[in-house]
Design a protein around this ligand. Structure first.
Ligand code: UT7
Length: 335
């Protein structure tokens, strides 16, 4: 059976930096509150004249990943694209990216698992590679979230948390034992769907009524969250699913060289780190400069480390995520 090795990673973040001080001018908040409660100092907002930003950021990230993998888009067999902020209501952003990369008629699959989206996408791609159906797959996490945020005091609970960006990873089949993605572990619990969501436009609202709803129902078109309930579940599920991955591979936390937690809140990452008893040098956070970029978070973390030369052959990386759905997931990757 084949295994999936990551042979290239890239990311793209928009140029526009939005600091906490910039947000202070839009709403009743403070740099102090945001940093103390979340660790975030700034985030990027995609704000160009062109439309279709989620796919465009994915495209720019993909070009970097392809270059690092020394491949051309035509060498890729399929795309798996994770996002909660697709360019269109339908079709998914995967086909837009497939067209931009001029990938003939190669398949594009869209994944909707929010903050866990990138690990879900890796898992789907990994299954295709293991079975031998595809040899090389482009896996994407990309998000344009600023347009959905309510950047007034009313929406400050969510408005300060999120940022935009895209990340790409290229998986390739290898027959080397013990290399690449060792396993993926996925969970969901839909009873909590309403705890963190954007409700509209939902399937019963498409058509004429979308327009009316957009104006009538302020709360439903912006993200809503019970922050404390999400927080409590995140700090429980991320360590749990990381331990599940370690147990499945007969490994312990001591075997981890680098742990990458989904970047929703620095306090969540620090608590998860504490549960797993990992030293600071084995955990990487970048929420300070990007905020929560949802499905793009993990590939951006990986690409950041790649650029810093901090991904070394033989190292064991553990990735864990938790978010809307609820969904949560983990993976272990041996580079
Ligand atoms: O990626 C998806 C997963 N998302 C998460 O994992 C997020 C999980 N939740 C969290 O990270 C935290 O719950 C938040 C950062 C969202 C909020 O932190 P908190 O410590 O739970 O604050 P809170 O919601 O309990 O609010 C505390 C106070 C409230 O004021 P009162 O009622 O105590 O007077 C809020 O109105 O802080 C107020 N507040 C703000 N103040 C200034 C809420 N948002 C802001 C803000 N600026 N942006």
């Amino acid at each position: 059976m084949f295994h999936s090795k990551i042979i290239g990673i890239g990311h793209f973040v928009p140029e526009k930096v939005v600091t906490n001080h910039d947000l202070e001018k839009l709403m009743d908040t403070s740099d102090e509150w945001i940093q103390e409660r979340t660790g975030i100092k700034e985030r990027r907002f995609y704000d160009p004249p062109e439309k279709g930003s989620t796919a465009i950021m994915a495209y720019k990230a993909s070009l970097i990943a392809l270059e690092r993998a020394k491949l051309k888009a035509k060498d890729i067999d399929a795309i798996v694209f994770a996002t909660l902020s697709p360019d269109y209501y339908f079709p998914g952003s995967g086909v837009l990216l497939q067209h931009m990369l001029e990938m003939d008629t190669k398949p594009a699959i869209d994944i909707r698992a929010q903050c866990s989206g990138f690990i879900y996408a890796l898992s789907v791609a990994d299954q295709f590679i293991k079975t031998g159906m595809y040899k090389r797959i482009l896996v994407i996490g990309s998000e344009t979230q600023n347009l959905a945020l309510d950047l007034t005091t009313r929406g400050r609970g969510m408005g300060v948390l999120f940022g935009d960006g895209g990340g790409a990873a290229i998986l390739e089949a290898t027959d080397e034992e013990g290399k690449g993605i060792l396993s993926t572990h996925l969970h969901s619990q839909g009873e909590f769907a309403d705890v963190l969501c954007i409700r509209e436009p939902g399937s019963n609202k498409i058509g004429k009524s979308v327009y009316e709803n957009m104006h009538l129902n302020h709360d439903n078109i912006h993200p809503q969250m019970d922050g404390q309930l999400v927080f409590k579940n995140a700090i429980k599920r991320m360590p749990e699913v990381t331990m599940e991955a370690l147990a499945a591979n007969n490994l312990t936390t001591e075997d981890i060289d680098m742990f990458l937690p989904h970047q929703a809140n620095l306090r969540i990452s620090q608590m998860v780190q504490k549960f797993l008893r990992l030293p600071d040098e084995k955990v990487y956070n970048n929420i300070q400069k990007y905020g929560n970029t949802t499905a793009a978070t993990l590939p951006i973390l990986l690409s950041d480390l790649w650029e810093q030369g901090r991904i070394k052959e033989g190292q064991l990386f553990a990735l864990a995520a938790f978010g809307s759905g609820f969904t949560w997931a983990s993976t272990l990757i041996r580079f």
